[in-house]
Design a protein around this ligand. Structure first.
Ligand code: SF4
Length: 276
């Protein structure tokens, strides 16, 4: 796997250069992370309904190694002093307050990229399993699988975001290489981890026929993917880019039409995949 040097990443102020990212991508240090009691989060949603099955307690962690052009939470990307520092005990106390509502749902950790803080996420998921709550991890898979093992041990469902399949397009969308994500997807298949794949459909960017067909073919080859969620592009996060003084290059792009959405859904169905 290629280790991506910072010089190839976008020059956005505060771009992560921390040891956490270097460790996450390093093939030299595969030591699984130890449990960590303290983490940095962006926000919490107590009754989420779009990040996994049922009603869910959703924790959005701070920090992400990707720089997606359509990111609706650019303020989640950098680990900085604005992030809320919290403990596993504090998170679990809040989860227990809403536990009665989560019986048919559970707890999802999203981001940012949760696997930038694997020890913290692993500890929360272990504690959730101790009180019989379903756990879902929303990730781009941009991490060496060995470092995600402690998290996956107590993860019931992975929501794997695959931003595109064509390598050049993936880099254009995310600013990073697709290889770690594909490797992570294959690892999930190898261990038989239940997975939902998520793909954001952006007209004029990710909707290229060859890109979608190749992605559908790849996903259908995995064998562990229960569902594919086609997420229509939206611009709800555009104001955050403006507030942060960052260029939002998709300002003129419109959400997909129902026909465009149906067309892409049909491509995945042609590969015998369940879509929503
Ligand atoms: S992976 Fe998610 S949080 Fe990270 S840049 Fe992409 S959309 Fe934003």
């Amino acid at each position: 796997m290629t280790i991506i040097s910072d010089s190839r990443l976008p020059q956005i102020p505060g771009f992560p250069t921390s040891e956490v990212i270097q460790q996450a991508l390093s093939m030299r240090d595969r030591t699984p992370p130890a449990p960590v009691q303290v983490g940095r989060i962006h926000s919490i949603e107590t009754c989420g309904t779009v990040d996994g099955p049922g009603i869910r307690f959703v924790i959005f962690t701070q920090g992400c190694p990707l720089r997606c052009l359509y990111c609706h939470n650019p303020d989640c990307q950098t680990i900085n002093d604005d992030a809320t520092v919290t403990t596993v005990d504090e998170i679990m106390a809040r989860i227990k307050q809403t536990k009665n509502y989560l019986r048919n749902g559970g707890v999802t950790i999203s981001g940012g990229e949760p696997l930038m803080q694997p020890g913290f996420v692993a500890e929360i998921f272990e504690r959730c399993h101790q009180i019989d709550l379903h756990t879902a991890l929303d990730t781009s898979g941009y991490i060496a699988p060995e470092l995600a093992e402690p998290v996956l041990k107590n993860t019931d469902l992975v929501l794997l975001d695959i931003k595109s399949y064509h390598p050049d397009l993936f880099r254009k969308v995310t600013s990073v290489s697709i290889e770690p994500t594909l490797k992570f997807a294959r690892y999930l298949a190898k261990i038989g981890k239940p997975t939902w794949v998520r793909f954001v459909l952006v007209p004029g960017l990710t909707d290229i026929e060859e890109n979608v067909v190749s992605l559908a073919k790849f996903v259908s080859s995995l064998g562990n993917v229960e569902k594919v969620e086609i997420l229509p592009f939206h611009k709800m996060g555009e104001y955050k880019w403006q507030q942060m003084g960052l260029p939002y290059v998709l300002g003129d792009t419109q959400p997909p039409t129902p026909e465009q959405l149906d067309h892409v859904i049909q491509i995945f169905r042609d590969y015998r995949l369940t879509t929503v």
